[in-house]
Design a protein around this ligand. Structure first.
Ligand code: NI
Ligand code: MN
Length: 227
């Protein structure tokens, strides 16, 4: 089997695994980095990390149109249900569940989670995904935290870390995160979408290469790697 990870711009990733398509944080409308539009995707599942508009994105529209499963924390699934989304699965921080595409565990993340209409979106989360081909940890929007070391103990094949600074870790803390997690490969995200979060990603990759054993993988939005 094979698992493919495609960056859709900003924090959005498309993961094809076990014959299923999963999109994390489907932010297309209003996303200057998006390579797809919301009506072009038909995932089997969505996973939403937290309530902010640049992560919930087009989830309601996609879920209503396709009937796909939406996985998120309890507060966000309650909110989605109120928006008319019918197929939801609530999890919460530290909890794992085996879905038909792989096992999802929600992790801590240090951030906010207010929903677009101001509703309480519960705790923001990172996403640990165990597929039949390996493991992915998408830290989502977060500052650096030392417990990333515990997440790394799961054995991470691909980590996805924000480097944009201002709202999340910047390049220096993301480098420290790589040292705590020790993934085989790391993909930077949540940068370059707007000038406020522009970063020199090549310089960051160089520092990862020189200071860690992790291989940095710089994707352009729309590009993929095999797990
Ligand atoms: Ni956010
Ligand atoms: Mn964000």
């Amino acid at each position: 089997m094979s698992t493919t990870i495609t960056w859709l711009g900003h924090g959005a990733f498309l993961i094809e695994t076990a014959g299923k398509t999963v999109i994390i944080d489907p932010f297309f409308t209003g996303n200057p980095a998006a390579t797809l539009t919301a009506d072009e995707v038909s995932p089997d599942a969505l996973i939403i990390s937290h309530g902010h508009g640049d992560h919930v994105g087009d989830a309601v529209e996609i879920a209503k149109r396709t009937g796909c499963l939406v996985i998120a924390n309890f507060e966000i699934t309650e909110w989605l249900t109120k928006q008319g989304v019918e197929n939801v699965h609530a999890q919460h921080v530290g909890g794992s569940h085996k879905h038909d595409f792989g096992t999802v565990k929600l992790t801590i993340a240090h951030h906010g989670s207010a929903l677009p209409d101001g509703s309480n979106g519960g705790s923001p989360c990172g996403i640990f995904l165990r597929t039949e081909d390996g493991t992915i940890y998408h830290a989502c929007d977060t500052g650096l935290f030392y417990d990333m070391k515990l997440i790394g103990e799961e054995g991470i094949d691909v980590a996805i870390l924000p480097i944009g600074d201002n709202f999340t870790m910047g390049p220096e803390d993301a480098l420290r995160a790589v040292k705590l997690i020790e993934p085989k490969r790391v993909i930077p995200d949540h940068f370059g979408t707007w000038p406020l979060i522009d970063q020199d990603v090549a310089a960051w990759a160089k520092s990862v290469r020189s200071e860690t054993l992790t291989e940095p993988v710089i994707l352009e939005p729309g590009q993929s790697i095999e797990l």
